[in-house]
Structure formats: structure tokens, C-alpha cells
Design a protein around this ligand. Structure first.
Ligand code: FES
Length: 174
């Protein structure tokens, strides 16, 4: 009797184990397919079609294993009226000529300079700001739309790739 029970228990456990392994094996390809491909994430050059982008629209594409944020600013947007105060205004100064030559479109790297999380674009303001911001949900970092760090632990502005050029409606970065 005891032998039968232990055999039953053994078979039950063995079946459960095999079933569990089977489920993991079945789900792995599904999880893999949801990830961006390695090729896509390692793109060393990004080409983004900006046609149809409206003010403060954001497009995110893979670039060198990171998300590249392409932002369309409103025509004649005075960044100084945005309302926030940046600790450093490095990006603010740098993007002026870029906006002029690229139909108000600029690309920055969407990786927080604190510990590398991906900031969220809050187009209609957020976190108590009355202006659009990037908000990093990991530790509450806040950036201006042009990537200057204005609140929280991020030590530097978002990275602004030097090589970006608009030809027609295609922005090439890298
Ligand atoms: Fe963005 Fe810490 S990783 S605030």
C-alpha cells in the first residue's frame, strides 16, 4: 500500500516536473519573439521618417542597443519659456542650431544618466510640472523635452548624438 502511494506521488511529481519544463520550453520562444531582435537593437545608424510628426510627438527607435528618442518641437518654440530650470543647460545650448537646420526635430538617447532606466515622455506635463517632461520612473528623475536634467538624481543631461542630419524627411543618426 505504502509502496503504491509513494509510486503515485513519484509519478505525480514527475509529471508535474515534466509539465513545468514543457511550459517553460513552450513560453521561451514566445518571450523571445517579444524582445527586439539583436540586429534591431544593435543598429549603429538610425533612419527615422519624420513626416507627419506633430508638435511634441516622440518616435523611439533602436540605436546602438539603446532607445533613440526623436522629438518634434513646435515651430518657433522658445525653450526659455518652458518654465523649468535646468541644473546644467548643456543640451539647451546645443540643440538651438540643430532645431534650425532639422525642421525642429532633434534626436537624443533615451537612457537616464543616473542608472540607465528609460525615461517616459509625458507630453501633456506631469509630476507637478505644467510643461512636457521626460520622467524617469526608477528614482524620479525629471528632464526637459530637450534632455536637460532638472530634478532628482540624474547627474547629467540625456546624451545628444553629434551626428544627426535631416535630408528630406529622413533623419539619420550615427
Ligand atoms: Fe533614472 Fe535613477 S535611473 S532616476
Amino acid at each position: 500500500m505504502g509502496d503504491k502511494i509513494s509510486r503515485r506521488k513519484f509519478l505525480g511529481r514527475a509529471t508535474g516536473t515534466v509539465g513545468g519544463i514543457g511550459a517553460v520550453c513552450a513560453l521561451y520562444p514566445v518571450a523571445e519573439s517579444l524582445q527586439p531582435s539583436k540586429d534591431a537593437m544593435s543598429q549603429s545608424i538610425a533612419k527615422v521618417d519624420i513626416s507627419g510628426m506633430q508638435d511634441f510627438d516622440l518616435k523611439s527607435v533602436p540605436f546602438k542597443g539603446k532607445p533613440l528618442f526623436v522629438m518634434k518641437f513646435p515651430e518657433g518654440y522658445d525653450l526659455k519659456k518652458w518654465g523649468g530650470k535646468a541644473k546644467e543647460s548643456t543640451n539647451y545650448e546645443k540643440i538651438q542650431p540643430i532645431l534650425k537646420r532639422q525642421k525642429n526635430v532633434v534626436a537624443i538617447i533615451g537612457v537616464c544618466t543616473h542608472l540607465g532606466c528609460i525615461p517616459i515622455w509625458e507630453k501633456h506635463s506631469g509630476q507637478g510640472y505644467k510643461a512636457p517632461i521626460y520622467y524617469c520612473p526608477c528614482h524620479g528623475g525629471v528632464y526637459t523635452p530637450w534632455g536637460d536634467n532638472i530634478y532628482g538624481p540624474p547627474p547629467r543631461p540625456l546624451w545628444l548624438p553629434k551626428k544627426q542630419k535631416l535630408v528630406g524627411n529622413i533623419l539619420t543618426v550615427g
